[in-house]
Each structure stands twice: as C-alpha cells, then as structure tokens.
Design a binder for this molecule. Structure first.
Ligand SMILES: C[S@@+](CC[C@H](N)C(=O)[O-])C[C@H]1O[C@@H](n2cnc3c(N)ncnc32)[C@H](O)[C@@H]1O
Length: 364
C-alpha cells in the first residue's frame, strides 16, 4: 500500500490531527508557535510537535518530515481571528496573521504535496488572500474543492459552520456528504459528566473545571432557562447596555444551552457565562473546559495538560475553542481515504497509537 505522511501546520492542541489519525491518516508532525500545544498534541496523537513559526519553516524541513512518502499531505488551519466577522469590523488588515495563508501557499509551491487540506471560518472566502491561495493551487495543477460545512450534519453536537478546502494533484476530490440526518445534542454529549459547582473542578479530572461566577451572574444563571436569553430575567438583573432601547441588542449573550439542541458555536471564551450562551442546561454554572472539549468532538479522555499542572482557563479556552472539531477532522480524513480508494485502518500505525484508547474517560 502507498505510504502516507501528513504534516499539520498551525496544529494547535491537535483537533484536526486527532480526527485524521482516527481515520487512519498518518500524521507525522504538527507545527505551531504555542509551546502549550506540545503536551496535548504529542500525548494524544503519537506525532511530533515542532515549535516554530510557519513563516520561518523551510521546504527542506517539510520534505524531511514527509521522508519519501508516496502520498504527502499538507494540512493547515491558519488562525481565523483576522477573518472572523467580529474582526472585520476593525482594522486588522495590517495584522501579520493575514500573511500566514501566503506562508501556507509558499510551502505548497515549494513541496508540491499530493494533497492539501485547509479549514477556516466561512468569512475567509471574502478575502483576497483566500482567492490568491486558490489561484496558486490551480496554477500548480491541483483539483480544488471548497465548501462551507454545517458541522451538525456530520454529528458534531455544536452549531459550527466552517469552510473546508481540499486539493489534490491526483484527481478530482470532494468532501463526503452529510452523515447525520438529525443533529447531535448537548444531552448526548455531556449529560453523563458528574455535577460540579461554579468555581470548582472535579477531583478526578482537573479539566472538568467551571469558572467562578460573580454574585450577580449567579443570580442571572439561576433566572435563565435552557435555550433562553437575558430577556427571561427580572429587570434588576439585566445589564445596563441591554436595558437601553437602542434596537442594537445582543440576545445571544448570557444564557443556558438547551439539552436537546446542539450547543451554540464555541468561542475561545466558552467557559465564561457572560460570553455567549454557554451556561450549563441545568447546573448553575458555565460549561466546564472538559464539556467544551467534548462539544468540539474531542474524546472525553483527551489530555490537555500534564498531570498536576495548573489549569489556565484563558490558554485552554483558546486551545479548545480554536480547534478544528475532531469530528470535522474525521470527515476530512474519510474524504481523503475515499479519494485515494483506501479502506482506513482507523489508528495511527506509530508506536503508542491514540492515547484515548488507553485512558478511562470521566463519566458519572
Ligand atoms: C485555529 S488554531 C489551529 C487549530 C488546530 N488546527 C486544531 O485543530 O486544534 C491556529 C493555531 O495557529 C497557531 N499560530 C499562530 N501563528 C502561528 C505561526 N506564525 N506559526 C505557527 N503557528 C501559528 C496558534 O498558536 C494556534 O494554535
């Protein structure tokens, strides 16, 4: 069988990699500037983490990682903040992050991998840098497929729309069709996790940790109903900015998730009750970091920090909220296998395999 090797640029904690590996795609390495990603990436994926700026990575380095594989895959999910709808309202065009897609294109041009995959927010398609990226691929002879995907159609228990690009030098390639008729729900994903209080962590899983609420937010969450908004609260709990009749309100902010619906799109601050509809459906707290990771498709046992290490909500929220949902990584993996006519082995062939097979998840 043809030897495959994938390098994951901007690999983060490994959401994309984990999905690919689960579907039998051999990921040999991930590259990211954030050292905190090393532990989750390497521990759960038996692949090498390289701390480096993608802008400085040489084609020689990438070729060495591919080390003569017949099917070389360059994957990448450049930071999406420059393309988010929020960011577009502000002048971030000068941000060096806009250039990272050009860096991705540079590495494609100089290494000519058989396959390329790229994921980002749907708004990326409105920008010249994206058109340039697609144009560069076409000029190099790639068949290019791009689609905006509703992740609930593939079993992710979270409303999340993402642009997925697949490109191949071998022939026409496309994303597999939807796999789920009905969306997965918050209930199916997190109901079995043990109860915890706001500001505490479960003794057996430090990641099952809920942020602390102020007295006011505690009153607010008690007055919230699943799927509702701050409009359900008594007037004295409503924030000043919401009370004003400007016609410009944010009904989504502050609220509980509904058990029988997918979660709202997780941001990097999903652990804060005031940052979106991130309240637990019944417990008086925001969802925990572990619950957020599960709603992003990570297995319940995915290790994000070494044992005994402190839990930093901001850093972990960023890692989890920014991840390509593992579910989407699997869909991309299945699409690649279908394109290559391969029946996937569904595990990494490297020593150690996928860590979650060995670890016991935390369930009540
Ligand atoms: C959207 S996240 C990637 C998520 C990841 N693919 C996953 O599935 O978990 C973007 C990542 O790019 C990294 N990053 C930002 N600038 C970078 C650069 N110049 N070189 C390498 N990585 C960079 C960030 O640290 C972040 O982890």
């Amino acid at each position: 069988m043809a030897e495959m090797a994938c390098v994951d640029l901007f690999c983060g904690a490994g959401g994309l990699t984990h999905g690919l590996i689960s579907e039998g795609i051999k990921v040999v390495a991930g590259i990211d500037v954030d050292e905190a990603c090393r532990h989750p990436f390497e521990t759960n994926n038996a692949a090498l983490f390289i701390k480096e700026d993608v802008g400085r990575v040489s084609p020689k380095r990438i070729n060495k990682l591919f080390s003569g594989a017949d099917i070389r895959i360059l994957a990448g999910c450049a930071p999406c903040q420059p393309f988010s709808t929020y960011a577009q309202r502000y002048d971030v065009v000068g941000s060096p992050r806009w250039g990272l897609l050009y860096q991705f294109a540079r590495l494609i041009k100089s290494t000519r991998p058989e396959l390329v995959t790229m994921e980002n927010v749907p708004a990326v398609t409105k920008h010249a840098v994206f058109d340039d990226f697609v144009e560069a691929l076409r000029k190099l002879g790639y068949w290019v497929h791009q689609d905006v995907v509703d992740c609930t159609l593939y079993g992710l228990p979270q409303s999340r729309r993402r642009m997925v690009l697949l490109a191949s030098l071998i022939g026409p390639i496309e994303l597999i069709g939807p796999t789920h008729e009905r969306p997965a729900t918050v209930r199916g994903a997190i109901r079995k996790l043990p109860s915890i209080r706001q500001g505490t962590a479960h003794p057996k899983d430090p990641l099952h940790s809920a942020s602390k609420l102020s007295e006011l937010n505690l009153k607010r969450i008690r007055a919230s109903r699943p799927g509702g908004t701050w409009r359900d609260w008594p007037k004295d709990l409503v924030a000043e900015c919401h009370r004003r009749e400007t016609g410009h309100t944010y009904p989504g902010v502050y609220g509980r998730m509904a058990w029988d619906e997918p979660a709202p799109t997780l941001t990097t601050q999903f652990y804060g009750f005031g940052n979106g509809r991130f309240g637990h459906p019944t417990q008086d707290r925001a969802i925990s970091l572990r619950e957020g990771a599960i709603l992003q498709g990570f297995p319940p046992s995915y290790s994000f920090v070494p044992e005994g290490a402190p839990i930093h909500f901001k850093a972990l929220g960023r890692m989890i909220g920014n991840a390509v949902p593992v579910t989407l990584g699997k869909v991309i993996g299945q699409s690649i296998s279908a394109h290559l006519g391969i029946k996937p082995e569904r595990k990494n062939s490297k020593k150690g395999g996928i860590a979650d097979v060995a670890r016991k998840p935390l369930v009540a």
